[in-house]
Design a protein around this ligand. Sequence first.
Ligand code: GLY
Length: 256
Amino acid sequence: MPTALTRAVSPLLADCELTHLERSPIDIHKAAMQQQRYENALRKMGYTIRRLPETPHLPDGVFVEDTAVVFPELGIITRPGAVSRREETETIADVLKEYRELRFIESPGTVDGGDVLVLGKKVYIGQSTRTNGEGTRQFREHLAPFGYSVQEVPVTGCLHLKTAIAVLQDDLLLINPQWIDEKLFPGCLFIYVHPDEPYGANVMRRNTFALCPEAFPHIAKKLEDLGFNLILIDQSELAKAEAGLTCCSVLVEEGL
Ligand code: GLY
């Protein structure tokens, strides 16, 4: 059964890490409601929701994507680039070991899961303020026995690689070319974000469904035109914490 691992919003969310955004007040109750609606949308897309143990003392704990990346053959527990986020990995490792054999990124390597984009057997890893060369080297080493190749992608102007790119179909990518170089994805086709919606590339899709924040009507229209069954949600409070849709879950599809 495809499962989405999620976590409750911490009451300390307003103290989250911020890199490219100014701090602004966050309504925690509204953020928690938005996380619940996000989970409902994932259910509609076919996932069973499994909530990880709560970590109320960790402001960014809801952004579970950064703590683990799941492949059919294994799970990799990351070592987040922000020191304040390192403890978040403990609770996901305990749960994910029920689904996959685990490997771990060790010091001095750092990787945020938001920097990892998987396209078949090709894995793109953003080189950002959170993910370093040593973390990428370890990631490559863990994946090599399973036939994956790893391509490094410099990320500038946004937090993570997946802030700037999403896979819509096999080789069709939604991209903000201001933040990453499309030439690093040879053979792919591109749909570009609208200039008014620079954060619009972080959408999710599964089978016929596409999940998109209400804040990006131009992207939503493109997804509809492509024939996706569109689900729109309000993610405005979580977005103030520099998060996108993918940040709020770790997806565990069927294993081998
Ligand atoms: N607030 C999300 C992050 O910076 O990791």
